[in-house]
Write a protein that binds this ligand. Structure first.
Ligand SMILES: Nc1ncnc2c1ncn2[C@@H]1O[C@H](COP(=O)(O)OP(=O)(O)O)[C@@H](O)[C@H]1O
Ligand SMILES: Cc1ncsc1CCOP(=O)(O)O
Ligand SMILES: [Mg+2]
Length: 281
């Protein structure tokens, strides 16, 4: 049996269930410190998602604090959602501080300034870049939106539309690329993992994408040598929390609350039996 066939056989649903549970358990046990340089919209939900999962969020943005603070962090999370010229130097410095870090390229195609910033940050080799399909397509094509269906921070594409772009971006950058959507795809350019947890209502809560990227940073802090598995398991756990949270929710506001509560309460039986991850052919 060749390596790919062996990996596929080992990574059956039970294997993924055990991995997802062991990474969530390790986050709870070790409470990784995650520096977040994230947009103003997402700060609350990203910090609360990290806390509910067991990590320690710190929204520390000042360039002057990076030399003292960032080296003490277990991971760094950079998100360009409300990018300004003032924040970019802190993002560069934190990304260059030698800690594992992840990038969320919110609305990458919104402007030349934002696209250039994202490409510059990508060149600093994040362990993972997680975006929606439109963001990953724009980054792979290095293109600022021209079309009338551009929706800013929201996606106007399905995740599957960006799968080939994600693989190409992963190969050209050396980062793991995660495309979120109805099915999340996570790839290092060679292997592709699909995650089928989640509910459509998650798109109706602002900054759920930002929050799941923060969670990816916490999982990467625990498993820096396997960012593909860390990112896939974080997406599955977050999606599962959304799925279970939806059972008690009437709409986006109550889902936001129940998702965070569920993230806090997830147990081994629920995680191992309900995460839906698979290695794609
Ligand atoms: N149609 C969907 N069905 C199930 N889960 C979804 C769907 N769309 C998004 N999600 C989930 O919502 C979260 C945010 O993803 P997404 O909306 O794609 O990101 P963004 O907020 O950056 O646009 C992810 O966990 C993703 O899996
Ligand atoms: C609405 C908005 N505007 C700038 S950042 C932001 C939040 C985007 O969050 P997400 O990418 O998770 O939808
Ligand atoms: Mg987003």
């Amino acid at each position: 049996m060749d390596d790919a066939a062996t990996a596929k056989k080992e990574r059956d649903p039970a294997w993924w269930g055990r991995r997802a549970w062991s990474l969530l358990s390790a986050v709870r046990a070790r409470a990784p410190l995650v520096q977040c340089i994230t947009n103003l919209v997402s700060m609350d939900i990203a910090a609360n998602a990290l806390l509910a999962a067991g990590a320690s969020p710190a929204m520390v943005h000042s360039l002057r604090e990076v030399p003292d603070f960032t080296p003490r962090c277990d991971a760094v999370y950079v998100n360009v959602g409300t990018l300004s010229e003032d924040w970019l130097p802190s993002m560069r410095a934190a990304a260059s501080a030698g800690r594992p870090w992840v990038l969320d390229p919110v609305a990458a195609a919104a402007s030349g300034f934002r696209m250039e910033a994202c490409l510059e940050l990508l060149a600093l080799r994040p362990a993972v870049v997680r975006g929606n399909a439109s963001e990953i397509l724009a980054l792979a094509n290095r293109s600022v939106a021209a079309s009338s269906n551009f929706k800013g921070a929201d996606s106007s594409h399905e995740s599957v539309d960006a799968l080939e772009a994600a693989k190409a971006l992963a190969l050209s950058t050396g980062s793991v690329v995660a495309v979120s959507g109805a099915v999340d795809f996570i790839t290092n350019g060679e292997q592709v993992v699909g995650v089928s947890n989640g509910v459509p209502m998650m798109q109706k809560i602002t900054a759920t994408g930002c929050a799941v990227t923060a969670l990816i940073a916490a999982f990467v802090a625990i498993e820096p040598s396997d960012a593909l598995v860390a990112a896939a398991c974080a997406l599955a756990i977050f999606g599962l929390a959304g799925e279970i949270g939806m059972e008690s929710s009437k709409g986006p506001a109550s889902l936001r609350m129940h998702l965070i509560d569920t993230l806090y309460c997830l147990d081994e039986e629920t995680v191992t039996s309900r995460v839906k991850l698979s290695l794609r052919p």
